[in-house]
Design a protein. Structure first.
Length: 277
């Protein structure tokens, strides 16, 4: 008993003197409810957390990230679209009116803030029609390396041939983060444009430190989908969750995990086996 007590006292003295250190506990993976999820460093492609990232799933309105990028590449911001009945669509809307003329810029705000399905169809027409727009979306997806994805409309409404993987959506988000015009639009909390007052559906812009935006989504088939991007201390992380009824909390947990782990002595980022997208 005396020997054990002596050893305990001796070890305690070494710890207090800094001769012996006790390693911090490694961070545990966050409990994420999503069917598929991914947290990745945008600059390096290093994966920090992954779950079912190769599953091909419906992605709902996160599709509009790709739609916006195609429009930004192919159209002028002040190009005008004459709104017709062809642009009316079910689901979320920026409430376009038949007969009005709306600029591509206003439509992009309606697309990314209000998640307007009508805005998506009007923008597709600006790109030469829906068929051409969708073809360009798939071409750009291939260029980015989204090998597990396919798109059949510009708004993300459910379709058998409309799907993506969490891995591919992270690739898309990292690519989008390099486009300053896209980031300016998707990071806007409220906007007055085209005679409308628009509010961004993305709560993380108001609730999460360093959030730079991206896109929300929901359909019955897809469930809740969310792609987000956060920058802190010069480091940018991208998070993707698909089929996630707890997406706001899950994204907050992913970023806490990612940024906390990188800043401490202990990390959960597989330092000896960094995985790339």
């Amino acid at each position: 008993m005396k020997i054990r007590r002596f050893i305990a006292v001796f070890l305690s003295a070494l710890i207090l003197c800094g001769v012996l250190t006790v390693p911090a506990a490694a961070l545990e993976d966050p409990a994420i409810r999503a069917k598929a999820a991914l947290l990745v460093e945008a600059e390096t492609g290093t994966i920090l957390y992954d779950k079912n990232i190769h599953d091909e799933l419906s992605i709902a309105s996160t599709t509009k990230i790709l739609t916006a990028l195609v429009v930004l590449e192919d159209c002028g911001m002040q190009q005008e679209v004459n709104v017709t009945g062809r642009h009316m669509a079910e689901g979320s809307s920026m409430y376009l009116k038949i007969g009005e003329k709306v600029t591509v810029e206003s439509l992009l705000y309606g697309l990314m803030l209000s998640s307007g399905n009508d805005a998506a169809l009007a923008l597709a027409e600006a790109c030469g029609g829906e068929a051409r727009c969708v073809r360009r979306m798939n071409e750009l997806a291939e260029e980015i390396g989204m090998n597990g994805s396919h798109f059949e409309n510009p708004n993300g409404l459910d379709g058998e041939a409309h799907y993506a993987t969490a891995r591919d959506m992270a690739k898309l988000a990292a690519y989008a983060a390099e486009n300053p015009t896209f980031m300016r639009i998707c990071s806007t909390v409220t906007a007055q444009t085209g005679g409308r007052s628009l509010k961004n559906h993305n709560r993380l812009l108001r609730e999460l430190e360093g959030c730079m935006g991206m896109k929300t989504g929901y359909t019955k088939a897809a469930g809740r989908t969310l792609v987000s991007c956060v920058e802190r201390d010069g480091r940018t992380l991208v998070a993707v969750t698909l089929q996630d009824g707890n997406d706001w909390a899950d994204h907050a947990a992913l970023y806490a995990y990612g940024f906390e782990g990188n800043g401490g002595v202990e990390t959960a980022f597989f330092p000896n086996n960094k995985r790339k997208l």
